[in-house]
Design a protein around this ligand. Sequence first.
Ligand code: PEP
Ligand code: MN
Length: 335
Amino acid sequence: MIITCKKDINSKQLTLIFNELDKNNLSYSINNDLGYKIILVNNTRPFDDSILKANRGIASITDQISNHPLVDLVDNNYTVIDVNGIKIGGDNVVIMAGPCAIEDYDTLNDICFNIKKSGAHILRGGAYKPRTSPYTFQGNKEKGLTIMNDVGKKHQLPIISELTNINDLELFIKNVDIIQIGTRNMQNFALLEAVGKCNKPVLLKRGMGNTIEELLSAAEYIMKNGNHQVMLCERGIRTFEDSTRTTLDISAISVLKKKTHLPIIVDPSHAAGKSEYVESLALAALAAGADGLIIETHVSPETSVSDGRQSISCDELNSIINKGRTICSVYNKKI
Ligand code: PEP
Ligand code: MN
C-alpha cells in the first residue's frame, strides 16, 4: 500500500496514520524525496483502510492487494466442481435448464425428461420466487422443492434452486444439489456467510446493478467461510437499453476468465427477457468462454406461470446445445 501525504499534513494527522499502521502490525518506510511524505506499507493481505481514508492529511492511498485473494486466478489454475459426477469448469461446458418456477409434478417431470433428452446436465427450477411484485406467483415453496427432488432423482439429474432466506438453508441442504443465490441477494452478506459454512456447491448470480469487482468480493464472502465450491453467473445488468430486459455483459465473461479460477455460468434468459434473443446470447456466451449456461426452458412456455415470455421450448434448447457443441469444439471443450 502506498500512502501519499499532503505537503501540509500536520503532526496529529501523521500520528493517526502511524498509530493505525502499528495497531495492524504493519511495517512501513517513509520517503521524503519529493518534498512530501510517501509512506510505503508492507501489507500482504487485504487491509481495512477506512480510518486512513478519513484522514484529511492524506492525498491518496493506492493498494495493489486484492480484496478477494481466494477468488483470484493464480497460475491459470481453474477450479472444476463435481456435482454428482457432473464436472463444471475446465474443459467441460454444463447446461442447466428448466422452468423459472416449479409448477406441478407432471409438468416438471415432462420438462426434465425433455431437457435430458436434449443433452442438458442439470435441472433448474425456482421454489421460492423473488418476484418484483408481491401480487405475482411466489413459488410452490417447500412442496416445490420436494417435487423437484423427486423428479431429479427419477431422471438422475442434479438440481439447482434459489435460496432467498437464511431460515430455509437446512431445507435446501436436504433437497438440492446446487444452491442458487439470485441477483437480488448478491450482497446479502448474512446469506453469503451462511452458504459459505455449508458443503454444497453455490451458483452466485451477479447483482443487476453490481460491478464485476463487487461480484468477486461477494464470492470471497462464501469462500472465506470455508465453501470453495462457488460458480459465478452473469445474468444481465441494468443499462439505459430497454429493448432487452437487462443487458447481457459479454465482456464480463472475458474479464472474469482472466480474474478468477471459478467457473463462469451465463443466464441468457433473464438478460434477454424475450425467448427470440436467448439462442444468440447463449451462443455468444459460449464463444466468449463461458463454462456453462442456465436457461429457462418449458414444455409449454406460453402457459408457464412465471417468465413464460423468456422461456424457450425443449426443441429450442436442443438447437442451442447442438450449435453450442460446434462452438465449444473450437476451444476443445465439451458440452
Ligand atoms: C431465476 O433464475 O429464476 C432468477 C430469479 O434469476 P435472477 O436472480 O437472475 O433474476
Ligand atoms: Mn425467471
